[in-house]
Design a protein around this ligand. Structure first.
Ligand SMILES: [Zn+2]
Length: 283
């Protein structure tokens, strides 16, 4: 079974999936800059993060921070930067996994979701033999703020994203993704930042572990990374990576048309929360 076939028609069939065996992933935390280690374990209980013995289910109401990353927390315990790992889970169709986190955040790896995908593929996937009920969108859900927005409307699955930056290296970028080729087209796209924002972010205690090895850094018309870009439109591809990870907090594939304009984690998650609330009221 490939993920690509899952979203194409109105009756997607997808099985609950977990990982076949436990695995450990180590790396640097993007925002706090510390060494991070996470353990992934097979599970049948959805995606659940654990820190200091506190389980934190990956559900919309447990998202506690969306400033430049997506953090979840419960009972005073918080785990940051879950979005790229969540995106890898989306891409591999993993609905069930326990993620034990030793530090404060999920390691940033190379800034993309590809290292997570590769580690998980090496561990293997296991079909849990139960079907996932997709999140079928029956009405339009919208989140907006200051000209930025995310809208999810009825239809078969697709994500269309548009970003616009004054920096010429980014400019206006648009891309649509229909579920095909996540690992090739989306997973390798790295997170990015503007050089002018780096100092501000650091003064806020963010991006302390960030550098050219785990983010694309842009200064006006220039990309400062010596290796250049992985795709000419790597920036918008990364935004799609982010929104797929953020929407995976719903625990099942979204059957709907997702459109986003200059959005961010805050708006992605606000939309997920609205969808979740709507589903709750329908049950
Ligand atoms: Zn990201």
């Amino acid at each position: 079974m490939t993920i690509s076939c899952l979203f194409h028609n109105l009756v997607p069939v997808m099985k609950r999936m977990t990982i076949a065996q436990a695995l450990t992933i180590r790396g640097t935390g993007l925002h706090r800059g510390g060494d991070e280690e996470i353990g992934l374990y097979p599970s049948e209980n959805g995606i659940v993060f654990i820190k200091d013995g506190q389980p934190i289910p990956a559900i919309p109401e447990n998202v506690v921070d969306t400033q430049l990353n997506t953090s979840i927390g419960l009972n005073g315990v918080k785990i940051s930067t879950i979005e790229h790992l969540m995106s890898a889970f989306y891409g591999l169709g993993i609905t069930d996994c326990t993620v034990e986190v030793k530090g404060d955040e999920i390691p940033v790896m190379d800034g993309s979701a590809l290292p997570f995908v590769t580690h998980i593929q090496q561990a293997g996937l296991e079909d849990l033999g139960r079907e996932v009920t997709p999140v079928v969108i029956t009405g339009t859900v919208r989140a907006e703020l200051g000209g930025s927005w995310v809208e999810v409307s009825p239809g078969s699955f697709s994500v269309s994203y548009e970003i616009e930056f004054a920096e010429q290296a980014i400019g206006l970028q648009r891309m649509s993704f229909d579920g095909d080729g996540y690992i090739r087209e989306i997973a390798p796209a790295r997170t990015f930042g503007l050089l002018k924002d780096v100092e501000t972010m650091r003064s806020m205690g963010l991006a302390l572990g960030g550098g050219l090895h785990n983010a694309v850094v842009v200064d006006g018309k220039d990309v400062l990374n010596p290796e250049g870009l992985r795709f000419a439109d790597e920036f918008v591809r990364h935004k799609i990576l982010d929104i797929l990870g953020d929407l995976w907090i719903l625990g099942a594939p979204v059957m709907g048309r997702v459109r986003a304009f200059k959005a961010n984690h805050r708006l992605h998650i606000e939309c997920a929360k609205k969808i979740h609330k709507l589903l709750g009221s329908l049950r």
